[in-house]
Design a protein around this ligand. Structure first.
Ligand SMILES: CC(C)(COP(=O)(O)OP(=O)(O)OC[C@H]1O[C@@H](n2cnc3c(N)ncnc32)[C@H](O)[C@@H]1OP(=O)(O)O)[C@@H](O)C(=O)NCCC(=O)NCCS
Length: 182
């Protein structure tokens, strides 16, 4: 049982993230940092190829240890970069689902397609028993993705993260079987 390195997901093709993606990742983060940064503070105006190389290299290694499965979302029509999606922090057969989309490509259902496909692969090929998704209260788009994919709301986790100097609560959702995916 192994996670596929390439997944066809409706209008997207998801491919395993590698250091070869660093240039595209860095350019997309710099183009989108204003929208990503409120929820993912690592995304800044200064995010460069070095940071993208560090992330893609680390995640490449984590895949081999079955600790994370991170993908680049590409447009099935032309192969262009759309965003990233992945299962990470894997322990006890439980994973966290994370994602971001280039600001020029949001609002077209891409993240929902990617989240659905990666979650399904996690259960069917990644030997996962649980996938959770956590979002900040203000992140309505992320909440909609959770609902559209079929995640079930578990509740509000208080003071879970430090974001921009403040303790923040997160809303937690989960899937515990592929049959829950819509
Ligand atoms: C969250 C994010 C990945 C969504 O990507 P996307 O490809 O636009 O997502 P989708 O098009 O699949 O779905 C987004 C849904 O949120 C809705 N939405 C987006 N912004 C919204 C807002 N401000 N208020 C209400 N709904 C909103 C969309 O209408 C859509 O729902 P619908 O299909 O019911 O209309 C993207 O906005 C992003 O990269 N945000 C910054 C990073 C981030 O927040 N990552 C997740 C951290 S938990």
């Amino acid at each position: 049982m192994a996670m596929p390195e390439r997944i066809e997901a409706e209008a997207l093709v998801l491919v395993r993230a590698t250091p070869a993606h660093a240039t595209e990742v860095a350019a997309a983060v710099r183009a989108s940092w204003r929208e990503i940064n409120p929820f993912m503070p690592w995304a800044t105006e200064q995010y460069g190829e070095r940071e993208a190389w560090d992330w893609t290299s680390a995640t490449w290694g984590a895949w081999g240890r079955k600790e994370a499965y991170e993908y680049v979302m590409t447009d099935a029509a032309d192969g262009s970069f759309v965003g990233t999606v992945g299962l990470n922090a894997i322990r006890h057969r439980c994973a966290n689902l994370g994602y971001w989309v280039h600001s020029a490509r949001t609002g077209r259902g891409f993240c929902t397609m990617a989240a659905r496909a990666v979650a399904r692969a996690g259960f069917e090929h990644g030997d996962l028993a649980r996938i959770h998704l956590r979002h900040m209260l203000a992140n309505v788009a992320s909440q909609r993705i959770a609902e559209k994919v079929g995640f079930q709301r578990e509740g509000r986790i208080r003071s879970l993260m430090q974001v921009h100097g403040e303790r923040v609560d997160l809303i937690q959702y989960s899937l515990i079987d592929a049959s829950e995916i819509r």
